[in-house]
Design a protein around this ligand. Structure first.
Ligand code: BG6
Length: 488
């Protein structure tokens, strides 16, 4: 069956993973710009100078307190993959032409906050930064490609971290709202689809990534997330005032969670674990903290400082749609189970499904379950803004890339998406597979963990021509879009 008319087929990226040009156009540094490359087995490092003047580095996972009073910055001799990314900054015309060739109806990208506000707390933005995104949006419009913009995708201006401690400080709300005001005003008529924070539910795993937060304790993280909730709600309200056409969504990392067995204890654990994801969408879609979370905070002694008006702000700033990433699912059990790989240690292995080379379990049916769960819970339009398979690609002697494994993964997921829409009646507005052009992996900093339809000649150390080429999946996806999902 076919997907709805006007379905937003496209692809997704994030500035810090593909834009590059970190020292160009007056851009300031972001958190992502001080994180080195790692691998599947070696954690990426955050680099800093301690208050005693010593150079230091600490892994992004598992989250631990970073040293008190450290100043975050770039160190000589280290390799930071965000600095050049895949050089979209200079090659955006070529890349957008390739997206257009595949027939993209939309393209998800993020704005690099520090390109507009180099420190983060300035009141006026950089004209050069604004002009860059004007050019990108104009180029997309030339091909009738709708931009889908993440306002903050795993990058907080480093100035806000070094001066304020990132999102643990309430003042970030005002800086963010000023940034949003700039975006909504400047790009009115050019951008309609926005999302406030990428994977806002990742604060507990990667606080420095998620909000420049340097403390690993649950209280600081809950406070930082509260600030992001308030900032997001204010942005939604403001965005609607500036342009009623704006559609402003949330973005969470999502996946089906199963009890490993039908033991009631395992099912109860699955319910609790699922709530940890729903907590974020509950607040942002319904406008208030759910009772189960307030009880949990009480039990754990977590106390959030709220301003008198925060509850009203949350109510007034409910999102228009739910964006989510879906890669994998996991199981939970009250007994022993085999831990799964992946970016974070989440649950235990499901014996019925296979995993990617990076340990991410592959579960297309889980996508249908996820779509139904979210739709039934919120009755708001859904948007799959990330999905895909990170895999090593081999360039054949004739230059071709036969990525049948990627096609198989995507085909199975699109088939389940179709079922959710056409059999279950879920309202789904679009699908943007992750890393539609190869880019830097967020979790490992590698290039070899590729997701793209478009191959980029670059390796894990930054070598390569950066030339682009079409993989087999490029032609496959073009056909999928052309047939509106009927030809898989
Ligand atoms: C999501 C992020 O978690 O997963 C992306 O929003 C990220 O930024 C993607 O790249 C895939 O993860 P990874 O670690 O394979 O890059």
């Amino acid at each position: 069956m076919s997907l709805p008319q006007n379905f937003l087929w496209g692809g997704a990226t994030a500035a810090n993973q593909f834009e590059g040009g970190v020292f160009e156009g007056g851009k300031g540094l972001s958190t992502a710009d001080v994180i080195t490359a790692g691998s599947h087995t070696v954690a990426r490092q955050i680099t800093f100078t301690t208050k005693e003047g010593e150079k230091g580095a600490q892994g992004i996972m598992p989250a631990k307190d970073l040293p008190e009073g450290a100043v975050y910055g770039v160190q000589e001799g280290q390799y930071y993959p965000s600095h050049e990314g895949i050089d979209f900054y200079h090659r955006y015309k070529e890349d957008i032409a390739l997206f257009a060739e595949m027939g993209f109806k939309c393209f998800r990208l993020s704005i690099n906050w520090a390109r507009l506000f180099p420190v983060g707390d300035e009141t006026t933005p950089s004209e050069e930064g604004l002009a860059f995104y004007d050019n990108v949006f104009d180029e997309l419009r030339r091909y009738n490609i709708e931009p889908v913009v993440t306002i903050s995708h795993y990058e907080t201006p480093l100035g806000l971290v070094n001066k304020y401690g990132g999102w643990s400080d309430r003042r970030c709300i005002d800086f963010f709202v000023n940034y949003c005001n700039t975006l909504f005003t400047r790009y009115k008529g050019k951008v309609k689809y926005w999302m406030t924070f990428n994977e806002i539910n990742m604060m507990g795993f990667i606080p420095f990534f998620a909000g420049g937060v340097t403390k690993a304790d649950a209280n600081t993280q809950a406070q930082a997330v509260h600030h992001q909730f308030v900032a997001s709600a204010k942005a939604v309200k403001l965005g609607h005032e500036i342009d009623p056409e704006n559609k402003i969504g949330l973005m969470i990392a999502y996946g089906a969670i199963y009890g490993l067995t039908c033991k009631p204890e395992d099912q109860a654990l699955a319910m609790e674990d699922t709530r940890n994801r729903h907590f974020y969408s509950d607040v942002m879609a319904r406008g208030y903290y759910p009772a189960y979370k307030l009880k949990e905070y009480e039990r754990l002694g977590i106390k959030i400082t709220m301003d008198a008006k925060d509850e009203e702000i949350l109510k007034e700033g409910c999102i228009d749609y739910l964006g989510f990433s879906y890669y994998t699912s996991h199981c939970v059990t009250s007994e022993e189970g085999e831990a799964i790989g992946g970016n974070f240690s989440m649950g235990v292995k499901n014996p019925y499904i296979k995993a990617s080379d990076w340990g991410w379990q592959i579960d297309a049916i889980g996508l249908r379950i996820a779509l139904n769960t979210l739709w039934e819970r919120y009755q708001k339009p859904l948007f799959i803004v990330e999905n895909g398979l990170g895999a090593v690609d081999k360039v054949e002697e004739d230059g071709s890339i036969q990525d049948d494994y990627r096609i198989e993964y995507l085909k199975d997921h699109v088939a389940q998406m179709d079922k959710a829409v056409n059999e279950d009646g879920v309202q789904l507005i679009g699908y943007t597979p992750w890393g539609c052009i190869d880019l830097v992996s967020a979790g490992t900093g590698e290039m070899k963990k590729r997701y793209g339809f478009i191959y980029v000649d670059r390796d894990d150390k930054g070598n390569g021509t950066l030339n682009r080429s079409r993989k087999k999946s490029f032609h496959w996806y073009k056909k999928v879009i052309e047939s509106n999902g009927t030809e898989l």
